[in-house]
Ligand binder design. Structure first.
Ligand code: SER
Length: 876
């Protein structure tokens, strides 16, 4: 009987376990400590620093089934997904790794044994072929040919076939920098009945010969300038796509025909009410739910930038395909449950975050429906007036930037109308915006992503805040330097430091580095692999490599940070107690001013819940519990029940922070000594951050006390102003409101009375010009908006008449003219207003029966009025 995908995964790990490999859990899809990588895209990512010799493990060989996403970044397959038999956004990579333990010989014989031995995968040997790097890798060729006995016609050598040195199907690199090396790939022949040529031929992308396993012989560390430096020890990194090997072992050609996808496609058909079970759109959806659910479970939230944007694009692509299938309602989130079922032993991250995943997907789907509507309207309008064959890049970018309309969606819609999109123009507009953003952030730029520091810094900051150290590296504008001088903004690396580098939400320390020759003000501290970089400015003198410095952390600031960090742990546990076990940390910020904590919870906290959380935390503060830190093995910490942040990478030795018996968390941060040090804890805000994620901000210590005092002072002041005290304050304020409303009413009445009186008075001044009643008056102390009401009153009073009122206030003339409708053929109100306002340096307008205007030349008013008089006589 065929093995299920789940069984194949287990068999792989068992095989390598039996060969002395440590079975290691898949790491998160969000790479830890690697800003060069968007998503985990290969099994070796979590071991990158081990290959580079920057990190050590207790084992020398390992095996994993690693979840990977290749969408965005260097290995990007998004557009192909659904339309080929074996491209995925998400897939699992089975891999075995040697860190200087074994090299080519064992890597090849392990792979061959697992694939061909009857006891394991039992793949017929004559169905397999291999490729070898053509440049200087005879060793691999000979192992295949002589030791394994693969017939030479099934060993293919491939050189640099991609246009530059080391650019080859048989030279693997993780990214533009990092570990890399020649590789040997194993292919499976799916049979003559399928089209496709041998690897290395122009027809290689057919369905016949499929690469199933890549054995990489890691030997180099590629630098940004393209040079290759040797790794400390030759190593091995292999990768076999689980879905591909499942296709081989289940005797199907397309990955979408394996057990896992068949079940998922059926679930997608049900959720979308699709009629055609073979539609490519079903494959797209079945593929995309895997990437989306796992990304969300690893903490990615849809957004308009970076990882969140890639996630958003995948979700939206899936939804669009659902709509193409005829799904009438939200459907995508419904696939979470079936996905958990098909993922078998790899489903645990999804199980833990199921509710969260469903909520995020549902919210995104609902929001996308609105985006589609807005963006479509705009795009329609543009397409309707488009005279050329291509939509310009600026418009496509505007749709993307303002309406969150993904470029591929714009392209799709334009294609339906036989129009192209100027994608180069789009990229140009995008780059221009990025540039603007970069220019607006100067000193605080993310140096972390640029600098690669090999040095190691010992961190003393748990025990002390001052330390004598030696400068081991200096960087100015990201370039290594021997010396820096006064005014230079630079990064200083020391052999040892008490400065904490930004990590785990806690901000980096500030302070000073003093040498005999200079003073360096540290504004931030960051981690760079094993080094800590002090970022700041040399206030005076100079600083050289090798100089001795006294590193002094800003003590007061650090102490505030410690209080806020310990408070974060108390808050975390209190939230779990008040809201439930589903609460998971989703991000945090701890600085000297406040703490911010994001967590999974699907509705706003009530004020009672907020109060309860505050009470619990403050109670622990009053108990004055001791805060203890211990180094221990990860396994032991888990057994004690420490809260480990899911998706975080922990070393094998972890630091456990215990606050009495109340809270136990794995944490590398710095903490207060006792909870009593916190003094007071106060929540300042609770808000929603994204679907299913809430954010709490809080303060501690003196800061919290000051806020309480400020509020009390404010209350005192208000009480004095309303002549009340804290007990009577609400009643007093209420009474004031009632009184204000009453006064407003009274004032309104008075104004009405004033209008009536004014109109009666003015009305008597109407005169007769050629049988027409005409009233021209300058009125005093009347706001311009009252003029209209008076005119209305006068109209009622005088009947068929021409009424013109003028008022002067604050150096401005306001004018209103009303002409009864039976007189408008003789004279028009808007003509009157235009006539007068021209003369007083202003303008106005309106209808023939009513018009208004104004001007600022008050001195010209008497003449204007005299002229008006003449005009009236002439026209009437
Ligand atoms: N890193 C190699 C790959 O991704 C082998 O694991 O193909």
């Amino acid at each position: 009987m065929n093995k299920s995908t789940d069984q194949i995964r287990q068999a792989f790990l068992e095989f390598f376990h039996s060969k002395g490999h440590q079975v290691v859990e898949s790491s998160s899809l969000v790479p830890d400590n690697d800003t060069t990588l968007l998503f985990t895209n290969a099994g070796m990512n979590q071991f990158k620093d081990v290959f580079l010799g920057l990190d050590q493990r207790s084992y020398h060989s390992a095996a994993t089934s690693q979840r990977c996403v290749r969408a965005g970044g260097k290995h990007n397959d998004l557009e192909k997904v659904g339309y080929t038999s074996r491209h995925h956004t998400f897939f699992e990579m089975l891999g075995n790794f040697s860190f200087g333990d074994y090299f080519k010989h064992n890597a090849i014989s392990f792979a061959w044994e697992l694939l061909t031995s009857e006891q394991w995968f039992n793949v017929p040997k004559d169905k397999l072929l291999v490729t070898v790097y053509a440049n200087n890798d005879d060793e691999t060729y000979n192992i295949w040919a002589r030791e394994i006995g693969v017939p030479i016609e099934r060993i293919i050598r491939i050189g640099d076939n991609k246009g530059s040195p080391y650019a080859s199907d048989n030279f693997w690199q993780m990214g533009d920098t990092g570990p890399c090396g020649p590789c040997s790939e194993i292919f499976y022949d799916h049979g003559e009945h399928l089209s496709g040529g041998l690897p290395g031929t122009p027809e290689e992308n057919g369905d016949r010969y499929i690469e199933i396993w890549n054995l990489v012989f890691m030997q180099f560390n590629r630098q940004a300038d393209g040079t290759l430096l040797p790794l400390p020890k030759p190593s091995v990194d292999t990768g076999m796509g689980l879905e591909r090997i499942a296709a081989v072992l289940q005797h199907v050609n397309s990955n979408y025909d394996i057990d896992l996808f068949k079940r998922l496609i059926a679930a997608a058909a049900q959720a979308t009410d699709a009629r055609n079970p073979h539609s490519k759109s079903l494959r797209v959806i079945a593929d995309h739910i895997r990437a989306c659910a796992f990304l969300i479970s690893d903490g990615v939230i849809p957004s308009n930038e970076g990882r969140g944007y890639v996630l958003r694009r995948i979700i939206r692509r899936a939804i669009r395909h659902g709509k193409m299938l005829g799904a009438s309602d939200t459907f995508f989130y419904k696939l979470t449950e079936p996905l958990i079922e098909v993922m078998g032993s790899a489903a645990s991250p999804l199980q833990r975050q199921r509710i969260m995943i469903e909520q995020v997907l549902h919210a995104e789907e609902a929001q996308f429906a609105r985006t589609l509507e807005h963006g479509l309207k705009l795009l329609e309008a543009h397409l309707n007036k488009l005279t050329s064959k291509t939509l310009d890049g600026e418009t496509a970018f505007h749709l993307y930037d303002t309406y969150g309309f993904p470029l591929d969606l714009t392209i799709d819609i334009c294609e339906e109308r036989n129009r192209g999109v100027d994608t180069a123009g789009f990229e140009h507009a995008m780059a221009a915006q990025r540039n603007r953003a970069r220019q607006s952030s100067s000193f605080g730029a993310d140096h972390h992503s640029i600098l690669h520091i090999e040095e190691k810094t010992y961190f003393y900051g748990y025990e002390k805040l001052m330390h004598q150290a030696v400068v081991t590296a200096l960087f100015l504008n990201d370039q290594p330097r021997e010396v820096i001088v006064q005014g230079d903004k630079a990064v200083v690396v020391l052999d040892a430091t008490p400065f904490y580098g930004t990590a785990g939400g806690q901000v980096g320390d500030r302070g000073q580095l003093k040498s005999i020759d200079g003073l360096f003000e540290v504004l931030d501290t960051q981690k760079y692999s094993k080094a800590l970089g002090h970022f700041g400015q040399l206030s005076y003198g100079e600083l050289r490599l090798g100089a001795k410095v006294t590193a002094q952390v800003d003590r007061e600031r650090r102490e505030q940070i410690c209080l806020n960090h310990s408070a974060t742990h108390l808050l975390h546990t209190a939230l779990i107690r008040v809201l439930g076990e589903h609460v998971r940390q989703k991000g945090s910020l701890v600085n000297d001013q406040y703490l911010r904590f994001d967590f999974s919870h699907n509705m706003a906290m009530t004020s009672a819940q907020i109060r309860r959380v505050e009470e619990i935390v403050n109670q622990q503060i009053r108990y004055n519990l001791s805060i203890q830190t211990d180094l221990m093995a990860l396994e032991d910490a888990r057994n004690i029940g420490a809260i480990a942040l899911f998706g975080e990478k922990y070393e094998e030795k972890v630091r456990m922070v215990r606050i009495g018996a109340f809270s136990t968390e794995l944490c590398g941060g710095t903490h207060a000594r006792r909870t009593g040090d916190l003094g007071l804890f106060s929540i300042t805000s609770e808000s929603g951050r994204a679907a299913g994620i809430r954010r709490v901000e809080a303060i501690t210590g003196e800061k919290a006390l000051r806020v309480v005092q400020r509020q009390r002072d404010l209350m005192h002041l208000i009480s004095q102003l309303v002549k009340g005290d804290s007990h009577t304050l609400p009643d007093k304020v209420l009474a004031l409101q009632v009184r204000c409303r009453q006064l407003d009413k009274d004032l309104q009445k008075l104004k009405n009375l004033q209008v009536a009186q004014q109109s009666t008075l003015i009305g008597h001044n109407a005169r007769d010009i050629n049988g027409v009643k005409v009233l021209v008056r300058q009125v005093k102390n009347v706001e311009s908006k009252m003029l209209r009401r008076i005119v209305n009153d006068l109209k009622n009073q005088l009947g068929s008449a021409v009424i013109i009122l003028v008022t002067v206030a604050e150096g401005k003339v306001s004018l209103i003219a009303s002409v009864a409708s039976d007189l408008t053929d003789r004279i028009k109100a808007d003509d009157i207003v235009t006539y007068v306002t021209k003369k007083i340096g202003g303008k106005g307008g309106g209808r023939s029966d009513l018009a208004q205007g104004g001007g600022s030349d008050t001195a010209a008013l008497p003449v204007a009025m005299a002229c008006l008089n003449e005009m009236l006589i002439e026209k009437l």
